[in-house]
Design a protein around this ligand. Structure first.
Ligand code: RET
Length: 287
């Protein structure tokens, strides 16, 4: 007698992951929409800043534009299946022993979907958010450098938390390291840069951007703990992904818009003269 046994795939290919996302409307839309929004943001920002000539003002604009540029690459990595894996959670995790049904074939694979490319690419995009904030606050190189280094640390250790499958507690150890780095960045944002911004006369816009950043960045941190890779209170991969995508829309696109709008209207406040950043003196030599 012929028995029908559900197929359990042991291996999943990049092509499977690509098709899985394509056929999962919740998960797929959380990714595709962001590629479109990042592209649109780049066009809008380019148009808004078309007349900005001051080098320091331009640096702030280019800095926030870099966030969207990195996002296009980041989300394309996810959409193509390149930076996604199905990972088997360690014992103790709520999704231990779980299986994922591939949307395009119905086959089951042991494990849960991890969109780990997000954490990797945040290491390249979020430093530009902090660079823009530090420049608007008129902060010095040391503080900007410190914020950026610890920010990269947050994302790389966050990546480690997401990809550790050896032990459940080690996932949370990585998370703890990441949160510690995060608190250093929060300290700079809440206690160091506001003072600098007051001196620079940019405190109004800085305080708005600071609030937006701190609230949303805490959002990402809590979402990870609740989502499918953390406590799995939100088990759905699509919903977890949509949470990050929604945060991204405000933390990147609205943030960038506010920054560029301010810079365009207040070039004088962020300017440091036409020589800013020159690698050689622009004055002609005496002979
Ligand atoms: C993780 C998990 C580990 C603990 C912490 C996290 C924080 C992430 C943050 C992400 C911000 C991302 C932004 C993206 C925009 O491009 C990695 C989720 C602390 C703060 C702003």
């Amino acid at each position: 007698m012929l028995q029908i046994v559900p197929t359990v795939l042991m291996q999943v290919s990049q092509q499977d992951l690509f098709k899985h996302i394509l056929n999962d409307s919740l998960l797929g839309s959380s990714i595709y929409l962001n590629i479109a929004l990042a592209g649109l943001t780049l066009l809008v920002l380019t148009y808004m800043a078309r007349d900005v000539a001051d080098p320091r003002a331009k640096l702030i604009v280019v800095s926030v534009m870099s966030v969207s540029a990195v996002s296009i690459a980041s989300y394309t990595g996810l959409a193509s299946g390149l930076t996604i894996s199905i990972i088997e959670m360690p014992e103790g995790h709520a999704l231990y022993d779980t299986a994922t049904a591939l949307t395009h074939s119905g086959e089951e694979v042991k494990g849960t979907v991890s969109l780990w490319g997000r954490y990797l690419t945040w290491a390249f995009s979020t430093p530009f958010i902090l660079l823009a904030l530090g420049l608007i606050a008129g902060s010095n190189f040391t503080k900007i450098y410190t914020a950026i280094i610890f920010d990269i640390g947050i994302m790389i250790t966050g990546l480690a938390a997401a990809l550790t499958t050896s032990s459940y507690s080690m996932r949370w150890v990585w998370y703890g390291i990441s949160v510690t780095f995060f608190l250093i960045v929060v300290y700079i944002l809440l206690f160091q840069w506001p003072e600098d911004a007051k001196e620079a006369g940019t405190e109004n816009i800085f305080n708005l951007l600071k609030l937006l950043t701190v609230v949303l960045w805490f959002g990402y941190t809590i979402w990870w703990a609740l989502g499918n890779e953390g406590l799995a209170i939100i088990e759905s991969v699509g919903l977890t992904s949509w949470g990050y995508s929604a945060f991204d829309i405000v933390a990147k696109y609205l943030f960038s818009f506010l920054v560029v709008k301010y810079v365009v209207d207040n070039v004088g406040k962020v300017s440091a003269g036409t020589d800013y950043g020159a690698t050689a003196s622009s004055k002609p030599e005496d002979d």
